[in-house]
Design a protein around this ligand. Structure first.
Ligand SMILES: NC(=O)c1ccc[n+]([C@@H]2O[C@H](COP(=O)([O-])OP(=O)(O)OC[C@H]3O[C@@H](n4cnc5c(N)ncnc54)[C@H](O)[C@@H]3O)[C@@H](O)[C@H]2O)c1
Ligand SMILES: O=C(O)C(=O)C[C@]1(C(=O)O)C=C[C@@H](O)C=C1
Length: 359
């Protein structure tokens, strides 16, 4: 691929454009708000000048409700040899395009399974998709050349291609993305009017559970409106678990010992099922789950660089990093994500070099 056109230069469009530009592809940037395209260009994601002729691949990264219109317009003017979109839902946009009677052989619906709770070009990064699944939904009518262009994009972004049928994709993301998003919002909503004295105590647990609740509601209304059935079915199951859990907690308040025992086993059951589900969450590249080694650091310049150098000396590859700043203190906790078998090696290596490890 030599040239690409990104239409919609927010978080996802800019991230893809940065990755492609970094691999030597000439990227043209367009957005219905020209300021967004200018910002993406200023970040080094490409040029906001229109291409002279058709590009190799047009990447539509507009909100889901606009995807079909944007693709229709781009296809009708022959903007590219191949077209993809990156919307979080796949069945709806394809059905809309089919209803317009367009030839869809040059189009593939795709979805990178990576994002952030922030929107806009300034949130974009070239490595956003690294090691993450990127779903492709070709059909038997898809041109092989277009499939190859899409695979090249995924490879330039260092993501992992996963081929799926659009409807199966929508059912899967209802489970791993859309339902969890709503549950996160519901947990975060408990904080809206909570007492400041309670909110001040927020630790990493609630930060993990509520991070995605900070996302743009307009985008999520689009996503959920395009996949309501499967999400409603899953929330029905969550509601049943909630009901059971409330019943178990009430039983724990009882003065009757048998009831308390029953309550205890109800709670144990939901926690056990939670453990069993959690271990199935894959690490990067779809590999086995990773674990965190937690290190106490002083809030001083150079600490992160030192810790990485010491991890390197211990021969351990750090997969991901999270930093938690303790409120009102000049210290923080850094969590280094590693393969389970590397955790004891890293712990020993860092202890040897004077770092305080937290269990
Ligand atoms: N945010 C995520 O975590 C995530 C992850 C994977 C896929 N996606 C999908 O990627 C797409 C973009 O999401 P985002 O998070 O980058 O959103 P964003 O709000 O950061 O960016 C969307 C951009 O599209 C532009 N736009 C809106 N309507 C347009 C139109 N008609 N023509 C051209 N540009 C238009 C907006 O001005 C904005 O710059 C969505 O379809 C979303 O479902 C999002
Ligand atoms: O991690 C985040 O912030 C996301 O929003 C990521 C996430 C997800 O649910 O995994 C959200 C929606 C996208 O369609 C794909 C990725």
């Amino acid at each position: 691929m030599r040239t690409a056109l990104v239409i919609g230069t927010g978080l996802i469009g800019t991230s893809a454009a940065l990755a492609l530009t970094g691999r030597g592809v000439t990227v043209h940037l367009a957005d219905h708000d020209p300021e967004q395209a200018r910002t993406a260009a200023a970040l080094g994601a490409g040029t906001d000048e229109a291409p002279d002729g058709p590009v190799d691949l047009a990447i539509v990264a507009a909100p889901p409700a606009h995807v079909a219109d944007v693709l229709t317009e781009a296809m009708r003017r022959g903007a590219a040899r191949g077209y993809i979109d990156v919307a979080s839902v796949k069945g709806g946009p394809r059905r809309e395009l089919e209803a317009r009677g367009l030839d869809l052989s040059a189009y593939i619906g795709t979805h990178p399974m990576s994002g952030r709770e922030r929107s806009g070009p300034l949130a974009g990064t070239a490595d956003l998709f690294e090691g993450r699944p990127w779903v492709l939904t070709p059909t038997r009518d898809t041109d092989t050349e277009v499939l190859n262009l899409a695979l090249e994009l995924v490879s330039h972004c260092r993501a992992v291609p996963v081929v799926m049928d659009a409807e199966a994709h929508d059912r899967a993301v209802a489970l791993v993305s859309h339902m969890p998003h709503l549950v996160s919002s519901m947990v975060a909503a408990r904080l809206e009017h909570a007492e400041e004295a309670a909110v001040r105590l927020c630790g990493q647990g609630i930060r993990d559970v509520t991070r995605i609740a900070a996302s743009d509601p307009r985008m999520w209304i689009d996503i959920l409106s395009a996949n309501p059935g499967p999400v409603a079915d899953l929330l029905t199951d969550v509601a049943a678990d909630l009901e059971e859990t409330v019943r178990a907690l009430r039983a724990l308040q009882s003065s009757d010992e048998d009831k308390r025992r029953e309550g205890g086993s109800g709670i144990a059951d939901v926690l056990r099922r939670g453990n069993a589900g959690q271990v199935r969450v894959p690490g990067k590249h779809g590999s086995a789950p990773r674990v965190y080694v937690t290190v106490l650091i002083d809030d001083q310049p150079g600490q992160l660089a030192r810790i990485f150098a010491d991890a390197d000396r211990a021969g351990v590859n750090i997969e991901d990093v999270r930093i938690e700043h303790a409120t009102g203190q000049q210290a923080g906790l850094i969590q280094l994500m590693v393969e389970p078998k590397a955790a004891p090696v890293l712990t020993a290596g860092l202890r040897e070099r004077g770092w305080a490890i937290r269990q």
